[in-house]
Write a protein that binds this ligand. Sequence first.
Ligand SMILES: *Cc1c(COP(=O)(O)O)cnc(C)c1O
Length: 379
Amino acid sequence: MIKSKNDCGISLSEKQIQNLARKHGTPLFIINRAELVNNLNRFNNFLPRIQPYYAVKANSHPEILKVLARKNICFDVASKGEIESLLGLAVAPERMLFANTIKRTESLKFAEKQLINLMTFDSEYELYKIAEFAPNAKVMIRVKVSNVGSIVELSVKFGVEAADAIPFLIKAHRLGLKPIGVSFHVGSQCLKVENYVEALEMASIIFRDAKLKQVPLEILDIGGGFPIRHFDYENDIFAGMAPVINKELDRLFDPTIKIIAEPGRAIVGSAGILVMKVIGKSIRFNKHWYYLDDGIYGSLSGLIYDHCKYQYKILRKGKSQISTIAGPTCDGLDVISNSEEMPELEIGDIVYVPNIGAYSIASATNFNSLPLPKVIAIN
Ligand SMILES: *Cc1c(COP(=O)(O)O)cnc(C)c1O
């Protein structure tokens, strides 16, 4: 196991954060390039047999894609737009996996034209679309697996029953496509290694049956879900999971089988910091309320869409009291937290959130015409 200090993140000092906020204003979203590379190395060290395809949806900011494209890694894309961003950075088509199981026909045609052939599916209707608009596709069947204990559930909307995998792969073959593998997703921010263990066991059975049915498979895609730490005091769960996953891969899959994954959060989560400022203050229900210049409709959208909990850090010291922090919009939903222990803040004080690189600015809006954060990349 790898255990150096760097493995738990390259963090910025409070002084650096304050200086950047002064220089650029707030809200400010800081991308830490060195941390991105650190996370990629960490992933490769943890899971040496697995080739990562970065899930672009986690954060598609060009500064992030640029760093990863230069590292020559592969990408999980879900739309024509994501493909175009990568083509613009000269990422070769062989380095992309079209992993949205439901694809627009325009996107399929575009993928075919750009020679992006590797894709996932989980319905017969999708196979007919793929056969018509991307006849050179190599397809992986996405199978439903347990998402219990994962923070974001993905097994209701996606995946076929394991028992249906082989008939779907045979169907793909009959339609002239190349059935090439199996994919699954254990749910995002997966906290239970058992999800991977069960899914791998199930996938290995599909591999064995596929061989018997004359549709031999070459690629296993174990999806994303690898968890990150959101709070300073949290354990590094991923570090404990990795050896278990490696052992199961070696036990169940022949070395000739290519193993890939689609990490999003694990690559980008700790590489993003959101810096906000207190823009207003009130006393409501005998509590201090602080209104910040970013909120649920903006970069903290992960509170809703990602079911995420964040750590809110401040630079001021003092006796702490339970306080509420809220976003800047005119909607009552835009309350960030009702129970933050913090000393009394003043208007102009900084509140910052580490480990917010994934599913944050990716799904932010400028509701109320409030500004999205300025994004800068450092290191
Ligand atoms: C969102 C998504 C991912 C990334 O998941 P993380 O939990 O961020 O690693 C990977 N694959 C697919 C198909 C996804 O939809």
